[in-house]
Design a protein around this ligand. Structure first.
Ligand code: ATP
Ligand code: ZN
Length: 314
């Protein structure tokens, strides 16, 4: 069984209130919820708000979309199982005879363990929405002058971290933007988006601030990688207080240096190794932060917040 994280009292209370209000629809599995119509309307409006902000900043990112599964081979190439073995989800499927299918169905019908009848497929679940972007851009050959900015949209990410905290999901939407270019261009872009994103979230009434952060690398070697990531300020997060005991990261800004570009061989127009950076807004956590701040009745939210989300054009 996966390590299940118990909810704190305030997390359990918030979850109950969200279910009661129809914002979340429990599936029976911790961290997997359906979404009610107001919740979903806020989520989609926030996504459009980010798209408008990119345009207003003079960016016209290229839209690419990918399904929420990755080739198993890509997870292997990325070393994901070294760094995050505890979060990965791989897709298994049945391959066998009619007799084996009957045996599997019988065990499954009694809620027994039917895993012996399952075989690895070519797929894993996508843990970060930017992952398919790097090989896709690499396939095109050398980057154009100035590099590229890609908008892979708000797609599902899976992370196997079952929890009673309504902010810690197993399946959630991450809105990403990705910059692939010369190192200085990429760093400037990451920092300007960190500042822009903070302003966007503060404008929505959230008590948000940013801080250096690290990815949840696994094990003892992972602790060293996390420390080095912090020392080099490769990752920033925007934090808000939603429940006790800790603040919640609602967005992150990541400078990968040549981690992805080296692996896939992405070169800049003048023949150097490109660098990459991405940002990720955690949709569900942002909706949660807004509901916590402005109340569970979305129709009664302050007019300025509603008009930023729904009325503004531009
Ligand atoms: P990478 O460099 O691996 O691509 P990333 O920026 O794409 O990193 P994270 O920083 O790990 O990915 O996550 C981005 C955002 O997704 C987080 O700031 C958070 O808001 C949201 N998020 C992460 N894990 C969860 C979760 N379990 N439940 C809900 N939202 C999550
Ligand atoms: Zn990313």
């Amino acid at each position: 069984m996966a390590a299940y994280r118990e909810a704190s009292e305030s997390q359990a209370q918030l979850l109950e209130a969200l279910v009661e209000a129809g914002h979340l629809i429990p599936s029976g599995v911790p961290g997997v919820y359906g979404r009610g119509s107001d919740y979903e309307a806020v989520r989609l409006a926030f996504d459009a708000y980010v798209t408008r902000a990119a345009l207003a900043a003079g960016e016209t990112p290229e839209v690419l979309r990918f399904p929420p599964v990755l080739p198993r081979r890509q997870i292997e190439d990325l070393g994901y199982l070294e760094n995050f073995p505890h979060l990965a989800g791989s897709v298994f499927a049945f391959e066998g005879s009619e007799g084996q299918a009957r045996a599997m169905a019988e065990v499954a019908g009694q809620h027994g363990d039917w895993s012996e009848h399952q075989h690895p497929s070519d797929l894993c679940l996508t843990p970060a929405v930017c992952y398919p972007v790097y090989p896709a851009v690499a396939r095109r050959g050398t980057l154009p002058a100035g590099g590229v900015t890609i908008d892979p949209g708000a797609s599902y990410a899976f992370r196997h971290e079952p929890s009673g905290d309504p902010a810690r999901l197993q399946m959630f939407h991450m809105r990403e933007l990705v910059r692939i270019a010369e190192p200085e261009t990429v760093q400037t872009w990451r920092d300007s988006w960190r500042d822009r994103a903070l302003a966007l979230l503060v404008d929505l009434g959230l008590d948000a601030r940013f801080d250096v952060a690290n990815d949840p690398f696994f094990g003892r070697a992972g602790r060293m990688m996390a420390a080095s990531q912090r020392d080099q300020a490769l990752k920033f997060e925007i934090l808000v207080d939603i429940t006790d005991p800790e603040p919640t990261a609602i967005a992150s800004f990541n400078y990968h240096q040549d981690h992805f570009s080296g692996l896939y061989g992405i070169e800049t127009a003048d023949g150097g190794t490109a660098h990459t950076a991405c940002l990720g807004f955690g949709h569900e956590r942002i909706v949660l932060a807004l509901l916590k701040t402005h109340g569970l009745d979305v129709a009664a939210w302050p007019g300025e917040v509603r008009s930023l989300l729904w009325d503004s054009v531009g």
